[in-house]
Design a binder for this molecule. Structure first.
Ligand code: 16G
Ligand code: MG
Length: 501
């Protein structure tokens, strides 16, 4: 370690004094103007992690669904997974070190993790389309190079693409080629293969309207489009040429407002979907003949995928261990449908992909989705080959998906933002402040089919309130009552929460 070079370069990315940040649900996130030192320091940390694991490590510069003015950074571990929890602590420790302590903190982390400093290091970088992202990836590169690491900067990438590149590089190409073509080829082939036998109602070609949240998804879909030219025709909206990133559009907007994004008209029976700012979330939607909007969010996607897989397994008489993983935000009726009708075991984890992913790995087939549209199906290796063969034998499943969706009538819910709290039981129970959980329990008892919880956001400085009940009025009213309890018991400041927030 060239300690004097580190000190010199660190001063060029100086930490604003007194600023304390934490590696949150998915890395560091906040207003871009406070993040330059974090970027440099995450470059340093990525080198240490790379040396320790003797693998390529990824660094993604993005703040996902947050407003355009924010930014963020997260590290990607060797198999394309989220950074290990013990290293999240190192990330926070390094992020908060004062300038004069930088050398000591780096040595400390290296010693604690037995990092061989002579080992080579390789770091790959990707970034979203935010105005601040390009400069920030330069700061990451500065951090990597000052510690002697090598860099490959992929430039503009979606978050899933960066995860893919890291995994490819650490599995000697077995997972795929670590290039953008490799990614498009792998995904488009799988898509064409999967959909070959499935019939498609309505139009002759599969067509899809895609809201790209004015983000990176638009650029990458434009590149990818011709890879599945016969299989799918896409129409892109909010492609970043006019609007602001995530503003009145994108998966988060559509999910929380339960309406189409600005800039996209939906006609009866058209298939539509929305990404978020870094294209790692997706929600689908359509309008029925009466013009009513229907959202197929993460809960419903998980139900469709797991029902589909269960059926395949039944057809061939395979008894594999299938599980669905959700978070406390999953609509109660989707959980009941999965458990009672589909007979699939459902597990609840804390919010954040890393928690769901980890749990899903315990099954032969683990399907995980957050209600907001983050998720996937994980197959153990032996199962993967079997499923590939099975999908080739697929019969016409026309109409099945629609039937399943009709069976899950969402309970109504309401979400709002407020201040400070701690939780347990996959964030479903408040531990502090004292008395809050009891107050919530009493409120919930007043409504039918109801549920409510509060948790501190891992990406913004707010408390989120979730409430669910058998009518929109009850859900709104329960959410309001719970937020009043939060305000009173957790030392709310300013105006008391108003109904409807
Ligand atoms: C991050 C998480 C997402 C989670 C969201 C919750 C990843 C890749 N992203 O975007 O899974 O749903 O945070 O935000 O893990 P909140 O803590 O502000 O409610
Ligand atoms: Mg995202």
């Amino acid at each position: 370690m060239d300690l004097s070079a580190i000190t010199k370069h660190s001063a060029l990315h100086a930490k604003p004094s007194g600023l304390l940040l934490q590696y949150g649900t998915a890395g560091f996130r906040m207003k871009a103007e406070h993040l330059d030192h974090i970027m440099f320091r995450m470059g340093l940390l990525a080198v240490l992690r790379s040396k320790q694991t003797k693998s390529t490590i990824g660094v993604m510069v993005t703040a996902s669904h947050n407003p355009e003015e924010d930014n963020g950074v997260k590290l990607v571990d060797p198999l394309g997974e989220m950074l290990a929890p013990s290293w999240e602590e190192h990330a926070t420790y390094l992020a908060n070190a004062e300038e004069e302590d930088m050398q000591r903190v780096l040595i400390d982390i290296s010693e604690k993790e037995a990092v061989d400093l002579q080992q080579d290091a390789f770091v790959v970088i990707g970034r979203d389309t935010r105005p601040s992202s390009e400069k920030f990836s330069q700061s990451v590169i500065d951090g990597v190079t000052v510690l002697g690491g090598q860099v490959h900067d992929y430039g503009l990438l979606t978050t899933p693409q960066l995860h893919y590149m890291v995994c490819c590089r650490n599995t000697s190409g077995q997972y795929g080629m670590a290039t953008i073509e490799g990614y498009y080829q792998k995904l488009s082939r799988a898509f064409v293969e999967l959909t070959k036998q499935a019939s498609c109602s309505g139009d002759e070609y599969r067509s899809l309207k895609i809201d790209c949240a004015n983000g990176i998804g638009a650029l990458k879909l434009k590149e990818m489009e011709h890879y599945f030219s016969q299989g799918l025709s896409v129409q892109l909206f909010n492609d970043g040429t006019k609007g602001k990133l995530n503003h009145l559009c994108g998966a988060d907007f559509v999910k929380s407002h339960q309406k189409p994004p600005q800039g996209m008209e939906i006609k009866f029976n058209e298939r539509c979907c929305s990404f978020d700012g870094d294209a790692d979330r997706i929600v689908y939607y359509y309008c029925d003949a009466d013009g009513h909007f229907h959202l197929i969010d993460g809960d419903k996607i998980a139900t469709l995928i797991s029902s589909f897989l269960k059926e395949l397994l039944l057809e061939i008489g395979e008894n594999l261990n299938v599980g669905v993983v959700q978070t406390a935000y999953a609509n109660g009726s989707s959980t009941r449908y999965l458990e009672e009708v589909m007979k699939v075991p459902v597990y609840c984890t804390k919010t954040g992909v890393k928690h769901l992913h980890h749990k899903a790995q315990e099954f032969d087939i683990g399907v995980y989705f957050e209600a907001n549209g983050h998720g996937t199906a994980l197959f153990s290796k032996a199962v993967e080959d079997k499923i590939n063969q099975l999908t080739r034998e697929l019969e016409d499943k026309k109409g099945k998906a629609a039937k399943i969706l009709r069976n899950i009538i969402d309970l109504f819910n309401q979400v709002a933002d407020r201040k400070v709290i701690s939780t347990t039981d996959a964030e479903r129970q408040a531990v502090t402040p004292p008395g809050l959980q009891e107050a919530i329990n009493d409120l919930v008892k007043k409504y039918r089919l109801s549920r409510a919880f509060v948790r501190p956001s891992g990406t913004e400085d707010v408390i989120r309130v979730y409430a669910e009940a058998d009518s929109q009025e009850s859900a709104d009213s329960l959410a309001h009552e719970v937020s009043l309890a939060v305000f009173d018991l957790a030392g709310g400041i300013g105006e008391r929460p108003q109904p409807g927030f």
